[in-house]
Design a protein around this ligand. Sequence first.
Ligand SMILES: Cc1cc2nc3c(=O)[nH]c(=O)nc-3n(C[C@H](O)[C@H](O)[C@H](O)COP(=O)(O)OP(=O)(O)OC[C@H]3O[C@@H](n4cnc5c(N)ncnc54)[C@H](O)[C@@H]3O)c2cc1C
Length: 283
Amino acid sequence: MFDPSYTEEQAALVEGARKFAAEHIIPVAGEYDEKGEHPDKVFRAAWELGLMNVEVPDAYGGLGLSTLEGCLIAEEIAYGCAGMATSMVCNHLSMLPLMIAGTDAQKDKYLNWLTSEFVFASYCCSEPEAGSDVAGMRSRLTKDGDGWVLNGQKRWITNGAYASFYTGFATIDPELRHKGITAFVLPRDTPGITVGKKENKLGQRASNTVDVTFEDVRLTKDNILGEPGRGFAVAMETFDKSRPMIAAQCTASSVARWTSRLSTPTSARRLAFPSHSTRLSSS
Ligand SMILES: Cc1cc2nc3c(=O)[nH]c(=O)nc-3n(C[C@H](O)[C@H](O)[C@H](O)COP(=O)(O)OP(=O)(O)OC[C@H]3O[C@@H](n4cnc5c(N)ncnc54)[C@H](O)[C@@H]3O)c2cc1C
C-alpha cells in the first residue's frame, strides 16, 4: 500500500526547498512576475544549493532523486512562484530525452554540463500547429550525406532564450505521423538556431517562453537521440516522467492562492463562501 509519510531525507528536502522559497523567492516573486523577467540571481542560488537538476543521476554529478522527490521540491518552489518553478524544473524536462535515448557519450557531455555549470537547457517539442498532437509536428529532418538538415519552428519553449542546449523532436516525413518523429540534442551555438518572439503571458511571467527557429541546421549522428523514426516513444516517456512535476506545481499554486486570499484584509471583509473559507483557515 502507498505510504504517504516522508522519509527523513524527504522531509529534509521539503524543509530546504520551503526555506529557499521563503528567503529567495517569495520576497521578489511579485516584482519579477510583474516585469516578466527571468530571475537569474534566484536561479543561480537554487543551482548552487542543489535545487535544480535534482534527478540527474549521481554518475553525472546530480543527486539522483526520484520523481516523487523532484515533485516534493517542485511543490515548495511553486508555492513561492509558479513561473520560477516552471523554469527551474525545465532542465529536468530537457534532460529526459537524453536519459531515455542518449548514448553514454551524449549523457556524459550534456548531463555533466548541467551539473558542472550553471546553465539552462530547453525542450523543443511544441509548434504553432502541434501541441498535444505531437505526431502532427512539421519540423523536418532531411537526410544529407551522413548527416541531417533540420528546418522548423518551435513555440512556447521554456527558458529558450537562456538555454545552452536544446533537446527536441522533428519528423523525417510528416506523412508517417508518429513513426517519423526523431529526437535530437543541439548546443545553442550550432549555426542556424534563432530565438524569436517572447510570449507576454497572463501567468508564470517570471518564466521565459519563446519561439525557437531552426533554419538549415546541420546535425551529425552525435546529435540524434536513439533511432531516427523512434522519437515519438521518447516524447511520450518524457511526458510520463515530467508531467507529475507540473501537477505538483498546480497543487502548490492552488494552495498559495487560497492562503494569500485568506491572509489579506480583503478576505476578512469579503468571504464569498464563508463556511468553506473558515474551514480552510482553521485547518
Ligand atoms: C507556460 C508554458 C510553458 C511551456 N513550455 C513548453 C516547453 O518548454 N516545451 C514545449 O515543447 N512546449 C511547451 N509548452 C507547450 C505545451 O506543452 C502545450 O501548450 C501543450 O502541449 C498543449 O498544446 P496546445 O497548447 O497546442 O493545446 P492543444 O493541443 O490545442 O489542446 C487544447 C485543448 O484541447 C484538448 N485536446 C487536444 N487534443 C485532444 C483530443 N484529441 N481529444 C480531446 N481533447 C483534446 C487538450 O487537452 C486541451 O485541453 C508550454 C506551454 C506553456 C503554457
